[in-house]
Write a protein that binds this ligand. Structure first.
Ligand SMILES: NC(=O)c1ccc[n+]([C@@H]2O[C@H](COP(=O)([O-])OP(=O)(O)OC[C@H]3O[C@@H](n4cnc5c(N)ncnc54)[C@H](O)[C@@H]3O)[C@@H](O)[C@H]2O)c1
Ligand SMILES: [Fe+2]
Length: 411
């Protein structure tokens, strides 16, 4: 498709992409009608309440998908014990690695089948949640994992999915998406289907107090990027705007606090809520070029997802600004940056400058040291391929422009 469209002049291509992604607003509207948001438990100890509710569903055998670090930190054991005490036999798969791959999903699926598990509980960050969602989908669909990549290819309803996020970032606990890595082809592929929305999710900031600073920064910036990209998307709705603005306002207040003191339970809770709301915004309005480029940084260099987004976001906003100045100005207002009397353009600049400052305060560099000049054309091409067919971005880029934007991130 990309090769075909690239043979026609860019203004015509742009009209095609605008029409294609503009029509996604109808998909968003349809999703708003058919998505049943997860039942949410929020607050300290909410993860245990989710276990009680899960036990109450009558499930007798459960696959718990997590990673070895969370087992080591003692986060998994109280949850497993709570479930077992109520008669739920728990099989633990703790082999998830950051940016889960097909092999991990297959290992977990084999355990699920061996033990006849009836539901899947994810305990972890986006990696564990995405792996769990894909395992649940594979359990009821006789399809190769990569065949489900793209839109609405999960034919049969997955096994029931439950999520206990331990990072405040991806929004996978509410989102229609799950991302699978394909390292052989340097790709990360989204599987997008409303059937992947979990049944229940617990937003329990207490589980996040041990998350190290780098992980806190990266995941917080991921949530911020979801909210910002959803807010400037052309298909944003009043509903997605409300979620996005709430998320941005909370993140601007509470990310600096959890960076200063990771044990601040109240701010961890607020970040968890913000990530969830940002996930709701992206369910409706989608994402943009920042994610398109960041996914490729992940595919090429294994850059942590949120870290990659944080690096890319200000450059993409700078490029997008002429087409969304008013929206960026509004983001500046909800971030508390307006002193009064500034014009829209000045406020938009203030918002972008504030993101650069926030990055710096979080210890995230301006550019990506792994980035290689020789990779830029292929990264730009893949980013455009993802964005042009998936996101209603405010201002389009052609290949040369995208390369120039990415080139600014060379260190
Ligand atoms: N499904 C979606 O909608 C969606 C959206 C954005 C990103 N993603 C995907 O999510 C993945 C990234 O997820 P992530 O950013 O949450 O990181 P992650 O799940 O990869 O975890 C990163 C590291 O943090 C550790 N960790 C997690 N919680 C911890 C805690 N409470 N205390 C101490 N350590 C902890 C993990 O053990 C891991 O080593 C990527 O693969 C990305 O593509 C999915
Ligand atoms: Fe993301």
């Amino acid at each position: 498709m990309n090769t075909l469209t690239r043979s026609i002049p860019f203004p015509l291509q742009e009209r095609f992409y605008r029409g294609l992604t503009g029509s996604l607003k109808y998909v968003g509207k349809a999703l708003a009608l058919i998505i049943r948001p997860p039942e949410i438990f929020a607050g300290p100890g909410a993860s245990l309440l989710l276990c009680d509710a899960l036990a109450g569903t009558g499930a007798k055998r459960l696959l718990l998908v997590t990673d070895a670090m969370l087992v080591k930190l003692g986060i998994v054991e109280p949850l497993r014990a709570r479930l077992e005490a109520q008669g739920v036999a728990v099989t633990v798969y703790d082999g998830v690695l950051p940016d889960p791959r097909i092999e991990q999903v297959e290992e977990a699926l084999a355990m699920l089948r061996r033990d006849g598990c009836q539901a899947v509980l994810a305990v972890g960050g986006g990696s564990a949640m995405d792996a769990a969602k894909i395992v649940a989908a594979c359990a009821s669909n006789d399809k190769a994992i990569l065949e489900m990549a793209g839109f609405f290819k999960v034919a049969n309803a997955p096994l029931p999915i439950y999520c206990i996020p331990t990072t405040a970032g991806t929004g996978s606990e509410v989102s229609v998406g799950a991302v699978i890595s394909d390292p052989a082809n340097k790709r990360k592929l989204p599987i997008i289907d409303h059937k992947l929305v979990p049944r229940m999710a617990a937003l329990d900031g207490r589980l996040m107090t041990g998350l190290p600073r780098a992980g806190t920064a990266a995941t917080g910036m991921d949530a911020l990027t979801h909210a910002v990209e959803a807010y400037i998307a052309r298909i944003a709705t009043p509903e997605s705007d409300q979620y996005a603005l709430e998320a941005v306002s909370l993140i601007m207040r509470h990310l600096p606090r959890v960076m200063a003191d990771g044990s601040d339970e109240d701010s961890r809770q607020m970040m968890s809520w913000a990530a969830y709301r940002a996930g709701m915004a992206l369910n409706r309005a989608g994402l943009g070029y920042t994610h398109g480029i960041a996914h490729n940084f992940g595919g090429y260099y294994h850059t942590p997802h949120g870290w990659a987004n944080a690096i890319v976001l200000p450059y993409v906003l700078e490029y997008s600004k002429p087409a969304c100045t008013g929206r960026l100005a509004e983001l500046a207002r909800v971030s508390g940056l307006a002193a009064g009397g500034e014009g829209e353009a000045e406020l938009a600049d203030k918002f972008i400058a504030h993101i650069r400052q926030l990055k710096q305060d979080c210890g995230i560099p301006e550019g990506l040291k792994d980035l290689r000049e020789a990779d830029i054309p292929a990264i730009a091409e893949a980013a455009l391929q993802e964005a042009h067919f998936t996101y209603a971005v405010p201002r389009y880029m052609d290949q040369a422009t995208c390369e120039a934007v990415v080139r600014q991130m060379l260190v």
